[in-house]
Design a protein around this ligand. Structure first.
Ligand code: PLP
Length: 217
């Protein structure tokens, strides 16, 4: 599907929800995609991209950034504490803040640098044992820790719904948790469900295969 078609679908979904398309950031998820596919999206003028791994991003984005100005890069996958500084060099936003140890080390690194990327707390809305994210019951305490003691500005919440459940239930739950914590950023919705996410208030949608084609892993 072309980028133009995706823009059109985002706009239609925003219209239907009575929202402005300007409230929605389309993150083109370029993980494991061949470089020529990524480059064609860059050439089309798209500037916001998402990657899952620090190492992989470090291998391709510094060079792209020299050619294409104004790129914003979002880290979507889990962050190991020993990669924090490399991640802060590369990324403008981190979507998988998911545990206290990471928050503490991130706070120290951010303080030393005097600047902080946009931070989203990942919530394990499906309470899946194998999945990263703060459990719903522990979220309010974690938000308070980040904002209070650690002085980390939190932009919003992020979730990846269980594959076998209706994503809208998880999007609605995430929104409720964001509202009760006074957060307005919602990173939710992927290729198969970004329109439903927009209907439920998504501010950041993460779309990979619908833009780039199936991943050849
Ligand atoms: C891969 C990935 C996406 C994009 O998935 P698609 O189904 O290809 O759109 C979005 N978010 C995260 C966290 C991912 O890992």
């Amino acid at each position: 599907m072309s980028l133009t078609e995706i823009y059109q679908r985002v706009e239609n979904a925003a219209d239907q929800a009575g929202r402005s398309v300007d409230e929605i950031t389309l993150i083109a998820v370029s993980k494991v995609q061949p470089l020529d596919r990524v480059e064609s999206v860059l050439k089309a003028g798209h500037t916001v991209f998402g990657e899952n791994r620090v190492q992989e991003a470090a291998g391709k984005w510094p060079a792209f950034r020299e050619t294409y100005p104004g790129i914003t890069l979002h880290l979507l996958g889990p962050l190991q504490t020993n990669k924090i500084n490399q991640a802060l060099d590369l990324f403008d936003a981190i979507h998988a803040l998911d545990r206290e140890k990471l928050a503490r080390k991130l706070a120290t690194a951010v303080q030393a640098r005097g600047q902080c990327p946009e931070l989203f707390i990942q919530v394990n809305t499906g309470e899946e044992p194998q999945k990263a994210g703060v459990l719903p019951d522990e979220l309010d305490g974690f938000v308070a820790l980040c904002r209070g003691e650690l002085d980390l500005p939190i932009r919003g919440l992020m979730c990846i719904p269980p594959v076998d459940e209706e994503p809208s239930l998880h999007f609605a739950l995430l929104r409720k948790m964001a509202e009760r914590n006074g957060l307005d950023g919602l990173s939710m919705g992927m290729s198969a469900d970004f329109e439903r996410a927009i209907a439920l208030g998504a501010t950041h949608i993460r779309v990979g295969s619908a833009i780039f084609g199936e991943r050849v892993a």
